[in-house]
Design a protein around this ligand. Structure first.
Ligand code: PDD
Length: 281
């Protein structure tokens, strides 16, 4: 495997970053995860737009021009001969002696791009069965719309999910409203067939897959309501699902210990998943 690190393509096993990298010291960095399907990186424009927004919010410079970064991502996919998989990119504020203040101007941001294969057959099997989610109290900071590598609450929540025999944890606010999963956005289908997902304010990450699923839903003639939904409403919903570059559209068949509808993936969810692969670019 080949990785790109600060201007060089190196063997993945030997790729490394400096111990004074601010990503390592302070989680002072941002990232993107993009899906690769049929050798193509999906939703490139939306990912780079979101990266731009994350960098701007944290006042980190672009490490490369947008055009060159796009080329590097494509090259990492090619060099690793990825047909189906994921591209990971991370940009940090760079290398500087540990001190909370931003480093001296002129400190170059650091960039890493990696890629790995995924198994579409295994994902399709998982989708045909659906997954279980648990709910946890929201305990993250108030700018989770910035895609930072500071993911400790997400790590702990997903581990808790795994130990409970689930796949994902939904963060729930004090009013009982579902925000999003630890690494996915959350959706339900109401009894009258409308899709519901929380508005993309500062309280959730603006999922690229979320945006593309909205496009797909429109093409299928489905109505999308951007509003919060409670855990109770989700448990009574006709269907529920999660979206992310890593899972695309994944049916949720149980929330905590309540099954959603009959405990099988819903037809709207599965048609969105199928249409996603046909429509998304
Ligand atoms: N996670 N919400 C959170 C908190 C996320 O971390 C992610 C993505 C999403 C979905 O966003 P997108 O559709 O753009 O993948 C929502 C990535 C995949 C990860 O951390 O691995």
């Amino acid at each position: 495997r080949i990785a790109y690190v600060n201007g060089r393509y190196t063997r993945h096993a030997e790729a490394c970053v400096h111990i004074e990298d601010r990503g390592y010291q302070f989680a002072d960095g941002v990232y993107e995860v993009c899906e690769v399907a049929r050798g193509q990186i999906m939703d490139m424009t939306r990912h780079l737009d979101r990266l731009d927004r994350s960098l701007r919010e944290l006042r980190i410079e672009w490490p490369l021009s947008r055009r060159v970064l796009q080329m590097v991502m494509g090259e990492v996919v090619r060099r690793n001969r990825i047909e189906n998989g994921l591209v990971y990119l991370q940009v940090t504020r760079g290398v500087a002696p540990r001190d909370h203040y931003f480093p001296a101007s002129g400190t170059a941001p650091a960039i890493v791009v990696t890629a790995k294969r995924s198994d579409p057959a295994a994902a399709a099997k998982r989708a045909s069965q659906g997954v279980k989610v648990i709910t946890v109290r929201e305990n993250r900071w108030e700018r989770v719309d910035i895609k930072t590598v500071g993911l400790l609450p997400n790590v702990l929540a997903r581990q808790q999910a795994k130990e409970a025999g689930a796949v994902e944890a939904w963060f729930v606010d004090l009013d009982g409203v579902v925000k999003e999963g630890a690494s996915t956005n959350a959706w339900i289908v109401t009894p009258d067939g409308k899709l519901v997902t929380r508005p993309a304010d500062h309280g959730i990450l603006r999922g690229v897959t979320r945006a593309t699923v909205m496009d797909v839903a429109k093409k299928l003639g489905l109505t999308v309501e951007e509003r919060g939904f409670s855990v109770e409403e989700a448990k009574q919903a006709k269907e529920a699902f999660i979206t992310a570059a890593t899972t695309v559209v994944m049916p949720v068949v149980a929330i905590d210990d309540a099954s959603v509808a009959n405990g099988h993936p819903g037809s709207v969810t599965l048609s969105l998943r199928d249409a996603f692969f046909d429509i998304a670019e």
